[in-house]
Design a protein around this ligand. Structure first.
Ligand code: SAH
Length: 221
């Protein structure tokens, strides 16, 4: 059994604590009701180790092993809201599956999600959780996503959940014209979350927030 999927005990309180989290996100400026609903409907406690389940509805990043973290709910909501703004998203690529939480949120809001993760152990757990939630339109894969996933391109949107130092041009090329990429980039402690929109002749970027993500790394393990 996966840590947290056989949990009955905390089910009773989790609906209330989830509602509190949604309220907090609303206060922090998340307005898209689709995003708030997805957060409300997603059991974040099954995406973390059982020992951390009681903290799953705090608005904070938590460790998921292998030196990685499940992103802070506010950041997940902000990235998802920014992705969905302005145009419909059918096919989306996520780079950095991690726990699978952001994937699960996306799978409820777009038609098809491809998600790549370089650490096999994390990917396996994420795949089991997505299956348990019956999110059949989520397609997790074990590979290095630093260069994207060209075989299914172009994407309407790309979300990168680990930070490269610079905006990777190879990812922009995998967007449709008008498509959005939401990504953090920069050096540790000085990262910015931006929206990159592919235009007919290049791209435009818009700064969203100062953030702190784990680095985008090369290779698989
Ligand atoms: N979206 C995740 C966040 C996980 S942290 C969640 O909600 O839990 C970022 C993840 O990106 C880590 O699991 C890390 O292993 C992965 N990662 C880093 N570089 C990568 C790369 N080049 N390709 C694929 N995944 C990568």
């Amino acid at each position: 059994m996966i840590a947290g999927i056989g949990y009955q005990g905390i089910g009773m309180t989790s609906q209330r604590t989830r509602e509190r989290l949604v309220e907090r996100l609303r206060q922090r400026g998340i307005q898209d009701p689709r995003v708030l609903d997805a957060i409300r409907n997603t059991p974040r406690h099954i995406f973390v180790d059982e020992a951390l389940a009681s903290r799953a509805y705090e608005d904070t990043a938590l460790p998921i092993g292998h030196g990685q973290t499940i992103s802070q709910p506010f950041i997940v909501a902000l990235m998802t809201q920014a992705l969905l703004e302005r145009q419909p998203m059918n096919k989306v690529l996520e780079i950095g599956t991690g726990s699978g939480y952001q994937t699960a949120i996306l799978a409820q809001l777009v038609k098809r999600v491809y998600s790549v993760e370089r650490i096999e152990a994390l990917l396996k757990l994420a795949r089991m959780r997505l299956r348990a939630l019956k999110l059949k339109n989520a397609h997790p894969r074990h590979c290095d996503g630093g260069m994207g996933l060209p075989q299914y391109a172009p994407y309407d949107g790309i979300i990168v959940t680990a930070a490269p130092e610079y905006i990777p041009e190879s990812l922009i090329e995998q967007l449709v014209v008008g498509g959005h990429m939401i990504l953090p980039y920069g050096q540790r402690n000085r990262q910015q979350l931006v929206r990159v929109v592919r235009t007919p002749h290049g791209y435009e970027t818009e700064r969203l927030e100062s953030v702190s993500f784990v680095p985008l790394l090369g290779g698989t393990q």
